[in-house]
Ligand binder design. Structure first.
Ligand SMILES: Cc1ncc(COP(=O)(O)O)c(C=O)c1O
Length: 389
């Protein structure tokens, strides 16, 4: 029997390989930093979400180490059983203030937060309206909710409005990334909020790639645009710019109480490890104290985007630390990624189903801690690629 299953696994894997969609885990030695050893090659990292360079910051490491000594390695249970620690409650209060919201709730990951929030807010008889390029965790939350799912054309408020006009339901939720993870562009949040208010729908915004990056205090795009009052659910992650792990949902006290009572991905999972919560707290100190990191990140992003465009690569218009370098086919994206690694630049090929068919790309991301010399190194490696493209 086992051999039959093994054969089925092998057949499926052969199909994945043949389609140019094989994924593999690379071995990275040492801490996450601007340079790492990837499969034995020393390379500049251009594929991390560690936008502010905090993942390996001594203050985060020290805070995590202190919390590990004080609390141990793990929370021991789900929050509703015995794992709701003071360190969680204090961090939630701080995250609520950070997001200018009444309350916040921690989740073990952004995936948990999106699935938990969406399935809590809508169910059978309801409708959810989701941008075509939303993150997989939003898509999965929509599917799992049992609500009718309406996908609108990417970043197109008119398309959203048309769908809302003809899809009545008991409860309606519009959900969007604020910064799209594979394209780096921004959702038209002001228009979305206006339309949703006019049509009586709730708005949920996933700020995974904006938290710590956008806004006057780094709280995200909702803060930058002054839309806090128009957004029912603000989700943010703690494993990207904030350098640790986990996520949170911020909103009203009632929203958070509802999540505590209903969100299965909160109720039935072990709480965030205390050292992680402590690292997040230290990261929030740095975000508040060092706005120059956000300014440097913006400068690095503008510089590299301009250099890669000047080399003739196809880069959709935009700004910010996510720079998609379009390759088209999966094979080409993979070949580029391989050749860049040979030249000491680590950047991943992003292929379907993560991005739509025919839009395989390199997802280049920059960090505030990249030096000017790092950018020159990256540009030289890309120039060599273009010469052979
Ligand atoms: C837009 C978006 N939402 C949610 C997530 C999930 O967050 P996490 O990695 O914390 O599960 C990610 C990335 O992983 C993301 O890019």
């Amino acid at each position: 029997m086992a051999s039959t299953f093994e054969q089925a696994f092998a057949d499926e894997l052969a199909q994945v390989r043949a389609a140019g969609l094989w994924r593999e885990l690379r071995r990275i030695e040492g801490p996450v930093d601007t340079w790492v050893n990837v499969d034995g090659i020393r390379a500049l990292v251009l594929c991390s979400n560690n936008y502010l360079g905090l993942a390996n910051h001594p203050a985060l490491a020290a805070a995590a180490a202190r919390a590990a000594v004080a609390y141990g390695g793990g929370a021991g249970a789900s929050r509703l059983i015995s794992g709701s620690l003071a360190i969680h409650r204090d961090l939630e209060a701080r995250l609520a203030r950070f997001k200018h919201a009444e309350a916040a709730l921690l989740f073990p990951s952004g995936y948990h937060a999106n699935v938990g929030a969406i399935t809590t807010l809508v169910g059978r008889g309801d409708a959810v309206f989701s941008d075509q390029l939303n993150h997989a965790s939003i898509i999965d939350g929509c599917r799992l909710s049992g609500a009718a799912v309406h996908v609108y054309a990417h970043a197109d408020p008119a398309a959203l409005d048309a769908l809302l006009a003809r899809a009545p339901a008991r409860r309606r939720l519009v959900v969007t990334d604020s910064v799209f993870s594979m394209d780096g562009d921004h959702a038209p949040l002001a228009a979305i909020c206006r339309i949703a208010a006019a049509r009586g729908a709730m708005v949920m915004v996933d700020e995974a790639h904006a938290t710590g990056v956008d806004g006057p205090s780094g709280a995200g795009l909702v803060e930058a645009l002054g839309l806090g009052g128009a957004v029912t659910v603000q989700m943010g992650t703690l494993g990207k710019a904030l350098g640790a792990a986990g996520a949170f949902v911020a909103g009203s006290r009632n929203l958070v109480d509802l999540l505590v009572n209903r969100a299965r991905s909160f109720i039935y999972t072990t709480a965030l490890p205390p050292p992680v919560a402590a690292a997040v707290d230290a990261a929030l100190d740095i975000v508040a104290r060092e706005p120059e990191r956000r300014a440097r990140l913006a400068q690095v992003a503008t510089t590299l985007r301009a250099r890669l465009s000047a080399l003739g690569f196809t880069i959709p218009s935009g700004a910010g630390p996510i720079i998609p370098v379009m390759a088209g086919t999966s094979e080409r994206a993979l070949a580029w990624s391989r050749r860049l690694l040979e030249r000491g630049v680590f950047v991943q090929a992003i292929r379907p189903p993560t991005v739509p068919e025919g839009t395989a790309r390199l997802r280049v991301t920059v960090m505030a801690t990249h030096s000017d010399a790092d950018l020159a190194h990256a540009a030289a490696a890309f120039a060599a690629l273009r010469d052979r493209a």
